[in-house]
Design a protein around this ligand. Structure first.
Ligand SMILES: [Zn+2]
Length: 149
């Protein structure tokens, strides 16, 4: 996309947005570009300082700024919602092995049990041992789906 600064023979200036230089040329030749102020078809390009996608020096600051739409999200509420969502996914996709967690995690790690995501409870010692053995465990506060609402 390229922006050309245009003007009619009465020096009414306006902008035109085009796919390319060729697009501009063909629209101009077809009389598709008219002055929004007086309707004149006698349009010419005037020197333009800003093109979209332009790279290079910062010597002349951009005259236009692209609108940036940032969804309004309450940071804290948004983070809490994301955490809930993640936890619910975790709970839904993991097999609950309860107090056998450490043993089952070890069996999975040593390929004695089918590989899958599990959850359960482990003591602090068990947790430390699992980490020592290089078993990936992820400790979360103990939650039930009902706790999140
Ligand atoms: Zn005009």
């Amino acid at each position: 996309m390229i922006i050309f600064d245009l003007a009619c023979q009465h020096d009414h200036q306006f902008e035109g947005w085009f796919q390319s230089r060729e697009d501009f040329d063909s629209q101009l030749a077809s009389g598709l570009i008219s002055c929004p102020h007086c309707g004149s078809l006698d349009i010419r390009r005037v020197p333009s300082t800003v093109h979209l996608g332009r790279s290079g020096t910062q010597a002349d600051p951009p005259r236009r700024e692209s609108p940036v739409v940032v969804p309004a999200v309450d940071g804290r509420a948004g983070a809490l919602q994301a955490f809930r969502h993640m936890t619910e996914l975790l709970l839904a996709n993991c097999e609950d092995v309860g107090a056998d967690f450490a043993e089952e995690a070890r069996r999975i790690h040593y390929v004695e049990a089918p590989e899958r995501s599990i959850r359960g409870v482990a003591t602090a010692e068990e947790y430390a041992e699992l980490l020592d053995e290089g078993i990936e465990v992820f400790r979360v506060q103990r939650v039930k789906p009902g706790d999140l609402h």
